[in-house]
Design a protein around this ligand. Structure first.
Ligand SMILES: NC(=O)c1ccc[n+]([C@@H]2O[C@H](COP(=O)([O-])OP(=O)(O)OC[C@H]3O[C@@H](n4cnc5c(N)ncnc54)[C@H](OP(=O)(O)O)[C@@H]3O)[C@@H](O)[C@H]2O)c1
Length: 280
């Protein structure tokens, strides 16, 4: 697992539950709660890169590390020779639906036009392309906003960072972290020759963020923050927050669910949030 963050850790746990041996990388190294022999430090900017012998026998790799500040892929720039020396059967690369850019609220599928406008999405697309040209058995997963236990509208409501913003026509796509794990497992179990090169993993109900927040507040039984209009608050937002609102698209999981036969555990934010509230 290259990058043991929110999704990487969850996937690692699912693999361990199935009896697989998992090696994880992190920039900080293992945290006290994660004491295991299988942690490796990977922090290329500090010159910390695993040696080939530490990855010996690895057959499957999941890359969850985004492009670095320079826009290049930290794994490919430092580890590609080592990866090429391993008997790899599968390399999953977690990308984002940001590579599609703005589609005016239309559905996007794997073969939709790629017109990233944001610098980070252009870098992401370049990294996707670099992985595809790496000669490794790469499968790219494009993800919308990831949520799950400890990272959802509940957390924003609890720590007072939630904002109830209305922008007419604006929707967001999301995916529960356990559906990413489920989709990865599903694709891993497929024969290599029928695995699609690119798969979108998203729930089936993109919606305004106010709808998602409203449902979370209803489940918590708490008050919503005051309602704000996009045209009033947009100009006051920081560039990162504003960039999320600058694009509008619905990510389709038709390929994953209808063609590849994956059944979403959380087909909408309603099931997903209910599951999170029971855990938090
Ligand atoms: N979060 C979302 O809503 C979302 C949506 C679409 C796509 N994605 C993409 O999907 C992937 C997984 O998302 P996530 O939310 O699970 O990610 P995450 O929790 O941020 O975990 C990313 C992991 O990559 C490591 N990392 C980041 N930059 C690195 C670098 N330059 N060198 C070495 N390690 C580095 C992080 O280490 P540290 O713990 O040391 O930072 C962490 O272990 C990411 O590529 C993300 O950009 C995320």
């Amino acid at each position: 697992m290259l990058g043991a963050g929110f999704t990487g850790r969850r996937f690692a746990q699912a693999l361990r539950d199935r009896g697989a041996r998992v090696r994880l990388t992190d920039r900080r190294g293992p945290r006290p709660e994660d004491q295991t022999d299988d942690w490796l430090r990977f922090d290329p900017s500090a010159g910390e890169v695993p040696e080939a012998h530490q990855l010996e026998g690895v057959t499957h790799v999941l890359v969850t590390i985004p492009p670095n500040a320079q826009g290049s892929d930290p794994v490919l720039t430092t580890l590609s020779r080592t990866l090429a020396s391993l008997p790899l059967q599968w390399v999953g690369y977690l990308s984002t639906t940001g590579v599609y850019g703005d589609h005016g609220g239309d559905w996007v599928r794997e073969d939709s036009a790629l017109r990233p406008r944001l610098e980070r999405s252009q870098a992401r697309l370049a990294c996707e392309q670099a992985w595809r040209s790496s000669g490794l058995p790469v499968q790219v997963f494009r993800l919308p906003a990831i949520y799950g236990p400890g990272r959802s509208a509940f957390d924003n409501l609890r720590n007072d960072t939630a904002r109830l913003i209305h922008k007419p026509g604006q929707v967001f796509s999301r995916v529960h972290v356990d559906d990413i794990v489920g989709a990865l497992m599903h694709c891993l179990a497929m024969p290599p020759e029928v695995r699609p090169e690119t798969v979108i993993v998203a729930d089936r109900e993109p919606c305004p963020s106010s709808e998602n927040l409203g449902f979370a507040a209803h489940l918590l039984g708490c008050k919503l923050p005051p309602w704000q209009r996009w045209q009033d608050v947009g100009p006051t937002m920081g560039p990162m927050a504003r960039s999320f609102w600058s694009e509008n698209r619905r990510a389709s999981s038709e390929l994953l669910c209808d063609s590849l036969g994956y059944t979403l555990r959380y087909p909408s934010y309603r099931e997903g949030l209910r599951a999170c509230v029971n855990l938090t």
